[in-house]
Ligand binder design. Structure first.
Ligand code: FVH
Length: 291
């Protein structure tokens, strides 16, 4: 649709893979959209669809009360804006650039020193998922700024505000990526294991997903309450029992020439939990080792 005067204007800084998707989505939703990218040619396709291409970051920031940034890293953002900090006064800067919680805190202080309200963010999808309401966009920082711009941010994906500490979105991002990689690795290990018996990934995966969304999801929900209570009753399955069980996985993998590093790592944390006195407790007690 064409930019609508009734929707708030937005500026997007950074037109890489993700920034271009953000700008295109805001434009398609009808927001008057100003864009800037270090390499100017990347604005051309968006300009052809109605975006305003700003000549420099200062002009881009001055064009909208809401500025969404998505560049390589925090240093790139701050160095690009360094000659133009006067323009930041009064704007809300939403930084969707990946970084550490500490970098988020630093950039929040830097933005505040220049009069900007700051939200840090983490995009929990790839460019093709931008605009899908099922995808989470995590935010932390200025809650009033979030409330003010929530409707605009909702065009990008489901906006989830985690709290006023600016580093929270990056912290969740790191935690959730760790979870994703653990699931990917566990699924791939299982796929290699059954694949050794000529079972296709396509046959194994529906069974794996049913396990994850059903029983495993139930265990995790139960264990969350145990972790928060600091008590891990082994009513379902104890650490001792699971140490014996992981040996079956190690054996099955070893016999089929499948790498055993991953189950060995899992056994290692279970053994450390047992040695710390949690043999009769549930798997949730492993948190005591991880902490
Ligand atoms: N792509 C994804 O799926 C993920 C999803 C989760 C979050 N990330 C983070 O988003 C940031 C940008 O990632 P990207 O995929 O858009 O990356 P590129 O396509 O490589 O674009 C990089 C943009 O950054 C600009 N840039 C780099 N250095 C500077 C600098 N010194 N000053 C100003 N801009 C800079 C670059 O400009 P140019 O090279 O075109 O001139 C691009 O606009 C990132 O934090 C991911 O972790 C994406």
């Amino acid at each position: 649709s064409s930019p609508s005067l009734s929707l708030p204007p937005v500026t997007v800084l950074g037109l890489g893979r993700m920034g271009s998707a953000l700008a295109a989505t805001l434009l398609a939703a009808g927001h008057p959209t100003t864009v800037w990218n270090r390499t100017p040619g990347k604005a051309d396709a968006l300009a052809a669809r109605g975006a305003r291409a700003a000549a420099d970051p200062g002009a881009a920031v001055a064009a909208s009360p809401l500025v969404v940034a998505c560049v390589l890293d925090h240093d790139a953002l701050r160095s690009a804006l360094a000659p133009h900090t006067a323009a930041l006064d009064g704007v809300t800067l939403v930084n969707l650039t990946s970084g550490s919680p500490e970098q988020a805190e630093e950039t929040a202080e830097w933005a505040a020193a220049h009069g900007a309200r700051y939200l840090d963010g983490a995009i929990m999808t790839t460019p093709e998922g931008v605009g899908d309401a099922a995808m989470m966009f995590l935010y932390s920082g200025d809650a009033a700024a979030f409330d003010e711009h929530r409707a605009t941010l909702a065009a990008l994906g489901d906006p989830v505000h985690l709290g006023s500490a600016p580093g929270l979105a990056s912290l969740y991002d790191a935690a959730l990526l760790g979870l994703m990689w653990s699931v990917f690795a566990g699924w791939l290990h299982g796929t290699a294991l059954v694949g050794a018996e000529k079972v296709d990934a396509a046959a194994y995966t529906p069974v794996a997903l049913r396990w994850l969304s059903g029983a495993v999801s139930t265990f995790v929900t139960r264990y969350a309450a145990q972790v928060d209570a600091g008590a891990y009753p082994g009513d379902d399955a104890t650490v001792d029992v699971q140490i014996a069980t992981v040996d079956h996985l190690l054996h099955a993998a070893g016999r089929r020439g499948v790498d055993t590093a991953l189950p060995a790592l899992l056994k290692d944390v279970m053994v450390r939990a047992r040695d710390a006195g949690h043999g009769d407790d549930s798997f949730a007690s492993v948190i005591e080792v991880l902490r």
